[in-house]
Design a protein around this ligand. Structure first.
Ligand code: C2E
Ligand code: CA
Ligand code: CA
Ligand code: CA
Length: 279
């Protein structure tokens, strides 16, 4: 009675919707993209607000697809996270960013940090610390020149394990930065529990603080709170001179955004760094 024909099977299978099909195609293409080396990193400068010097570069992934051109991370990172491909992609990002930073140092440029985004899913990986240590060893980059950007979403994983991992990374000399700060569910709780070096104020607050007076108060409070906890503050999404002026007036430490530069190719980032040393 268990012997059912192939044709019967199909009756119990829900029809594959367009969305699901699209996802399967994307998943398959992401896998191929890894093998065909279709990913690349763009870099966006992070500046010291007082000296105007570049102190870091954030690595941001792009997918150069043969069919669809340059694809932004929001369109494929979530699928990579769901499927687990993020582990391989994440390691590739880490290695490429560390290699690039090492190249900049070997070219004689003033040393800066390279900031790499890690997704929450990567913190479920038992060997995350090992992987990072291996990449640093292989690329020869000193840990103090690596910064890791996390978001509050790591709090929904095994929190104690995550905190232990962060402590280990920090004890190695790696900097830890809390990305998109202020928009999570439990910002203050995160501040209490996570070992951190820096807060990145979400660009949502920076974006229209001029038309929303509340935002200015919130940004000021975040900066003061961060400083009271011995953290550095960087504002992301800084697009105007007015925003910069305000951030300087409240003693924010760093800025990142289109006002200075959008994310650019490794080659263009190298030129920006070269030009800076000339002036
Ligand atoms: P994020 O980490 O918050 O990165 C900042 C995003 O803001 C970037 O978008 C950047 O291009 C954009 N941005 C920078 N300056 C400005 C500005 O002045 N104005 C505005 N409106 N936007 C600005 P992007 O590159 O599309 O990245 C989107 C998100 O994808 C990132 O947000 C990050 O969460 C994720 N992501 C990027 N690369 C990686 C990666 O290698 N691994 C993981 N796990 N996630 C990544
Ligand atoms: Ca980031
Ligand atoms: Ca951010
Ligand atoms: Ca974000």
């Amino acid at each position: 009675a268990k012997q059912k024909g192939r044709n019967n099977y199909q009756v119990y299978t829900p029809a594959i919707g367009d969305k699901a099909l699209e996802r399967m195609v994307l998943e398959n293409n992401l896998y191929k993209a890894l093998q065909r080396a279709e990913f690349l990193l763009h870099y966006q400068p992070q500046l010291d607000i007082n000296t105007g010097k570049i102190v870091g570069m954030e690595a941001l992934i792009r997918w150069q697809s043969v069919e669809k051109g340059l694809i932004r991370p929001d369109q494929f990172i979530p699928v990579a996270e769901e499927t687990g491909l993020i582990f391989q992609i994440g390691e590739w990002v880490l290695r490429t960013a560390c290699e690039q930073n090492k190249l900049w140092q070997q070219a004689g440029l003033p040393p800066i940090r390279v900031a790499v985004n890690l997704s929450a899913r990567q913190f479920q990986q038992q060997d995350l610390v090992k992987t990072i240590a291996k990449v640093l060893h292989e690329t020869g980059l000193k840990p103090e020149y690596l910064e890791i950007e996390i978001t509050e979403s790591i709090a929904i994983q095994d929190v104690d394990f995550t905190i232990a991992v962060l402590h280990t990374l920090r004890s190695m000399g790696i900097h830890i930065s809390m990305d998109d700060f202020g928009i999570g569910y439990s910002s203050l709780w995160s501040l209490k529990r996570f070992p951190l070096d820096k807060l990145k104020i979400d660009r949502l607050f920076i974006h229209d603080f001029i038309s929303h007076p509340k935002d200015a108060a919130i940004i000021t409070a975040i900066v003061d709170l961060g400083h009271a906890l011995n953290l550095k503050l960087i504002a992301e999404g800084v697009e105007t001179a007015e925003q910069l002026k305000f951030l300087r007036s409240i003693n924010c430490d760093g800025i990142q955004g289109y006002f200075f530069s959008p994310p650019v190719t490794a080659q263009a980032a190298t030129e920006i760094l070269n030009n800076q040393t000339k002036t």
